[in-house]
Design a protein around this ligand. Sequence first.
Ligand code: KG4
Ligand code: ZN
Length: 348
Amino acid sequence: MSEPIVLGIESTCDETAAAVVQGRNLLGNVVASSMDEHARYGGVIPEIASRAHAEAFMPVVNQALADAGLELGDVDAIAVSAGPGLAGCLAVGVSGAKALAWAANKPLYGINHVIGHIAVTQLQFGPFPEDTLALIVSGGHTSLLHVQDVARHVDVVGTTLDDAAGECFDKVARLLGFPYPGGPHIDRHAQLGDPHAIRVPQGLTQGNAGRQHPYDFSFSGVKTAVARWVEQQQAQGRPVPVDDVCASLADSVASVLARKAMAGCEQFGSKTLIVGGGFSANSQLRAKLLEAGAEHGVDVRIPQLKLCTDNGAMVAMLGVNLVEAGVAPSSPNFPIDSAMPMDRIVMD
Ligand code: KG4
Ligand code: ZN
């Protein structure tokens, strides 16, 4: 059989995205964002995002197909994010994908978009090795996964006990007065600051807690420590050294993620670390992971920047994996799952 062609559709949050992947080749990739409409509220407003998805859905899908030089009838299957994400947003994408699948008589897969975040690395680095470790760092998730087979079996090795890394950055960014989403602003300022200017705790790395939770994360203590320090400066009438605050926060978070990911690779005998999710765009994390990988002999696979945040390519890529593995498509009436668990790859 020639390499399967899959149309991937993504609408979990503020991006309406569609892409076409054939095998490991990206043929078309279109992303429309409603972020500008949310920025003034300091966060994504689900109702506004859902309406934007309804408007952008068909134009984005048609453009992705046109860029690929294909028509809907040419694809072997359609994949759509069924979760995790905002319920109203997921409902628009899933309903639209069901309509397309029905009209064109194509198999439809309702996939886990977080698993898509790691699957997308195959476009750059080729298929996953068997039994590999993966680090997911998105706005809502920070987890270490053991990926036996990306189409069939994924286990959670560790996860955050409170905030995700992206969430922690976004909250500190708000405190510093950056617009939403604040992650990229912290990244930019961190590049200008001293990473050792401020002592920032590294959650679950020391003592008993560290031993009991070797692969789990906690970022709320980091967030609180930075917030207290900033408030103290302000109370004493001192200026806040924004670049140093950002650099110290970024260094702490990136160090913990890199250290625990490498410990996980050692424990599971994995010579590869697959990385994915919006926070994998973070330059401090990318540098720390590549450095730690070189030190430990681990091949670290991080997506190119434009494929880190939500996109259709990751959904299409995971769809190709499912078709290649012969996994049955989702049933015609599969629901959305806004809290879709990490170890669930596709809806029944
Ligand atoms: O995966 P994603 O696009 O959406 C979710 O599924 O959650 O991740 C969005 C998150 C936000 O928290 C955003 O602040 C963060 O990714 N982010 C970054 C950077 N680019 C995006 N955080 C730090 N540095 C960046 N360069
Ligand atoms: Zn995401």
